[in-house]
Design a protein around this ligand. Structure first.
Ligand SMILES: Cc1cc2nc3c(=O)[nH]c(=O)nc-3n(C[C@H](O)[C@H](O)[C@H](O)COP(=O)(O)OP(=O)(O)OC[C@H]3O[C@@H](n4cnc5c(N)ncnc54)[C@H](O)[C@@H]3O)c2cc1C
Length: 556
């Protein structure tokens, strides 16, 4: 990165060092080694804010590694990160705390018949820890000459006065005190100039959403979200062997929906094996849940108590935990320029989860993140002399790629379930592309006064969960969580819904203080942003805290 008039400058500036951002950076350096490429990341290191399943479809990663690191298969890192593959898959249906049925054969049949749900079959795919994979990609990027700057949070894209061409990205101020006044170590958030900006912030990116608004990009349907809560558990050798290190489990039904009566939420559970006798156990729930007292961690506790799951983890020790949102709206929720259809505008390109590239038929997005990052890089290289054409060029590359094909096949899945509920929506979604585009509301509008009846035997310990995520922020900084209008909490939300943010925030950030709901513990925040998307009155805003804060995932 060069300096010019005290402003840092880079030809390409990438916001977010997740798989999408790093794949873009690596591809740029493969294609044009002398190009200035800078990646800024709010976490203290690459991978610290990465949390996923993760069953990884190999092809895009292989393409990237073949070009970046010939002979990569023989490296210790590859053996460490990509050492496990799926050779046994169970797709379970749970009813109540005891009953389970493996429906994997039905999924195999659906695959043979070419039905969308057949895509759930992940045989031969890698089983990875996303934070480890991301760390490795960060290292490869660094070795190719990419500036990966961790501990720097971006706040906004800076456009020229006409609002057209991109000038760069402004960083978050560092060193403000709780009241927002400058402390002695204050450093104003500088603007890093760039010809191209790639937004790779992951789900519900702050800068991305601001840019979408500023540039007038539109979605056909509102983005829908789910929250994944996950624990990494050290189990006994016997339990680990009984589970098998190449076995992955996806479960539907209890405790998020039951076929006849009871909860009717979209989602399900996962169990994945890791190295050294660890099992990752998680639960993913669509944010369009209607139960005002629902806490996804309660559902995780129920899931862990199910007879099928319990036998593998009972007596184990939770060594890491975390929570993160997934963008679920699919094809119709991709933000586009209404004039050109571009996923971005001019020299600003949106990749990975920030664009909503997750295939909800199988809840997989890492391969699409990597692939879209590489496509963005190719478009930038093809338009080095004409940055304003890059977003259109990128979108053309996507349209003829597997990414668009996958996203189109899955295009009605989540909306069908949002509209018809899991009981009817799941079977009808088999019709896939033949279904009409269902109109859906933003998730927060679905809250009702109904109660979640499957409360676990003991309440969930959020403090321990947060400690296991290793999250921390400098305490003496302004809160990055804002309740826009506290009157709404007092007069509308608390009397009707009993302040659901206090219950559903996985980190226990919200509390009632002097009869007012407040983000009392912002330093516990896991950056999942569920509060911003599930407050029933759309009354909470999440902004980036100073860089370097947040969770410190190592193996999530
Ligand atoms: C519980 C769960 C299970 C999943 N399971 C699977 C699975 O099995 N297989 C699969 O393929 N996918 C899975 N996914 C989805 C997958 O994790 C995502 O699709 C993928 O991580 C997207 O990559 P990304 O690079 O776009 O975003 P991310 O991985 O989210 O990376 C974005 C990065 O940008 C940084 N950032 C954000 N904002 C800023 C800012 N303003 N300034 C600086 N840095 C910023 C973040 O800290 C982060 O490091 C799962 C997701 C979850 C939550």
């Amino acid at each position: 990165m060069g300096t010019d008039n005290n402003y840092n400058k880079s030809s390409v500036l990438i916001v977010g060092a997740g798989p999408a951002g790093l794949a873009c950076a690596i591809q740029l350096k493969i294609k044009k080694p002398d190009l200035d490429v800078c990646v800024i990341e709010k976490g203290p290191g690459p991978g610290n804010h990465s949390l996923s399943g993760a069953v990884l479809e190999p092809e895009p990663l292989h393409t990237l590694l073949d070009a970046a690191l010939p002979g990569w298969q023989q490296t210790d890192s590859a053996k460490d990160v990509l050492g496990q593959r799926v050779d046994k898959e169970s797709i379970m249906f749970f009813a109540g705390r005891k009953f389970s049925l493996n429906i994997f054969k039905a999924i195999k049949l659906a695959k043979l018949l070419g039905l969308g749900v057949g895509q759930m079959d992940g045989s031969g795919h890698y089983i990875v820890w996303l934070s480890k994979l991301t760390r490795w990609l960060g290292q490869i990027a660094g070795e190719l000459g990419v500036e990966v700057l961790c501990g720097f949070a971006a706040e906004d894209v800076v456009l020229d006065e006409s609002g057209g061409a991109v000038c760069g990205v402004r960083l978050v101020d560092q060193g403000l005190d709780k009241e927002g006044k400058e402390s002695p170590n204050f450093v104003e958030g500088e603007t890093i100039e760039a010809d191209f900006v790639v937004l790779a912030e992951g789900c519900d990116g702050l800068v991305t959403e601001r840019f979408i608004e500023k540039a007038g990009l539109q979605r056909d349907c509102p983005q829908l979200y789910s929250l994944g809560v996950k624990e990494l558990i050290k189990v006994s050798s016997e339990q680990y062997q009984a589970f098998k290190d190449s076995h992955v489990v996806h479960a539907m039904g209890y405790p998020v929906w039951t076929p006849v009566a009871g909860p009717a939420m979209f989602g399900g559970g996962i169990i994945y094996p890791g190295a050294d006798e660890h099992l990752a156990v998680g639960l993913i729930v669509g944010l369009d849940w209607k139960y005002h007292d629902f806490n996804p961690q309660d559902a995780l506790a129920n899931f862990k108590e199910h007879k099928y799951v319990k036998k593998f983890i009972e007596g184990g020790t939770v060594v890491e935990a975390g929570a993160k949102m997934i963008p679920e709206g699919g094809y119709y929720a991709i933000p586009r320029d209404p004039g050109t259809g571009a996923i971005g505008k001019g020299g600003v390109l949106i990749v990975g989860d920030s664009a909503g590239f997750v295939n909800m038929l199988k809840i997989r997005g890492v391969h699409l993140a990597i692939d879209s990052g590489m496509k963005a890089a190719d478009a930038i290289i093809a338009n080095l002399d004409n940055p304003s054409a890059a977003a259109v060029s990128y979108t053309k590359l996507l349209e003829v790629s597997g990414i668009t094909k996958e996203m189109r096949i899955a295009r009605n899945f989540r909306q069908t379930i949002a509209r018809l509920g899991p009981l009817f929506g799941m079977p009808i979604s088999v019709l896939g592309g033949l279904l009409p585009k269902f109109k859906v509301e933003p998730d927060y509008e679905s809250m009702t006064t109904a109660r979640y009846r499957l409360k676990p035997d003991c309440s969930f310990d959020k403090d321990t969960f947060t400690a296991m995520a290793g999250t921390e922020h400098r305490e003496e900084q302004p809160s990055h969580l804002e309740i826009t209008d506290s009157q709404i909490c007092m007069t509308k939300c608390t009397p009707v819904f009993d302040s659901p943010c206090i219950t559903f925030c996985p980190a226990g950030v919200y509390e009632t203080v002097n009869e007012q709901v407040k983000p009392a513990n912002p330093s516990n925040c896991l950056h999942c942003k569920t509060c911003q998307r599930k407050c029933p009155f759309d009354n909470i805003r999440w902004s980036c805290p100073e860089g370097g804060g947040g969770p410190r995932y190592k193996r999530m």
